[in-house]
Ligand binder design. Structure first.
Ligand SMILES: Nc1ncnc2c1ncn2[C@@H]1O[C@H](COP(=O)(O)OP(=O)(O)OP(=O)(O)O)[C@@H](O)[C@H]1O
Length: 293
């Protein structure tokens, strides 16, 4: 199976933040959802993938090509939707289109008209008068108008009303049907991923935690509930993060089978949501930080 995006051992440091040895592969022909809490490095990773930032060390390649030699070719093949406005706001949608069109060899006016019409976008209004949702729709229209093989989006559903969000997910689902497309997008709305994502890439604290098939996460991870007397120094090591209360504990484990063998039916084992995984990973890393202090 081919990888469309490959990051190998990528490091990038800012004052007070660091992406550490990030190695991520994104598979061709699938939708990969990119999750993680605020400030864990998702947008930074996306900017590295888009060559808007360069790594301090490590390599970034797209379609097996590197940016140093193949920047033009790579950019032709990507449709990019960013959560910040990257257009000239004093232009109208049509004027912006004329500008962008010349940059793409496979620009398709009929696709542009199709999506602009479908999203009910005014062609002759200045972009600065667009609402956040309209701007996102405009961004999507441009990203989908040049037959891009890879669609990369940074929080495309933020700021969209629930109905349009749903329509957008259906649209993304539709455009995946030819089998040659790949979508990689970050989001905080993890329920959106349940509708569309084949793979999940999870990042925490500047590090890549995992990239897994969605269904395998549910198979491998588990929320475990039990009484406090089951916890001791050794059993606590089985969990990524633990929440204790007077009534018992709830914890996340990454090896469901092992938990079932160790605890048998003394605990309750449930399927975790992606939010559970994010929450307990954060809790766990806080606890570990406290221990190492
Ligand atoms: N150009 C920059 N200069 C300095 N620090 C930066 C720069 N860009 C990002 N950072 C810092 O890097 C960290 C990660 O930011 P990033 O935007 O990648 O996170 P994120 O996971 O996308 O977060 P969110 O979900 O809140 O959008 C933050 O602490 C941010 O302040």
């Amino acid at each position: 199976m081919k990888n469309v995006i490959e990051l190998k051992q990528v490091n990038k440091a800012f004052n007070g933040f660091q992406l550490k040895d990030v190695t991520i592969s994104v598979k061709k022909g699938y939708v990969t959802g990119f999750i993680g809490g605020n400030g864990v490095g998702k947008s930074t990773t996306i900017k590295l993938i888009m060559n808007l930032l360069q790594p301090d060390s490590g390599t970034v390649s797209l379609f097996g090509l590197d940016y140093k030699k193949h920047e033009k070719e790579i950019k032709q093949r990507i449709g990019f939707v960013f959560d910040q406005n990257i257009f000239y706001e004093h232009l109208t949608l049509l004027e912006m289109k004329s500008l962008l069109k010349s940059a793409y060899a496979s620009w398709d006016d009929s696709l542009f008209n199709h999506y602009a019409d479908m999203f009910e976008l005014p062609l002759r209004k200045r972009l600065k008068t667009f609402s956040k949702g309209m701007m996102m729709k405009a961004s999507l229209t441009f990203a989908l108008s040049h037959h891009a093989e890879l669609i990369i989006m940074d929080e495309p559903t933020s700021g969209l009303d629930p109905i349009f969000r749903r329509e957008l997910l259906d649209l993304l689902h539709d455009i995946m049907q030819d089998g040659n497309r790949t979508i990689f997008f970050s989001t905080h709305i993890t329920t959106d991923l349940e509708r569309i994502a084949d793979y999940i890439t999870f990042m925490h604290d500047g590090q890549h935690v995992f990239t897994k098939e969605f269904y395998k996460i549910e198979e491998e991870y588990a929320i475990v509930k039990g009484t406090l007397d089951l916890l001791d120094r050794d059993t606590e090591k089985e969990f990524i993060g633990i929440q204790k209360s007077r009534h018992g504990f709830e914890a996340l484990a990454s090896q469901k089978n092992r938990i079932e063998t160790l605890f048998g039916d003394t605990v309750l084992v449930e399927k975790p949501t992606l939010e559970d995984i994010m929450l307990y990973t954060k809790k766990g890393s806080r606890t570990h930080a406290e221990i190492s202090l």
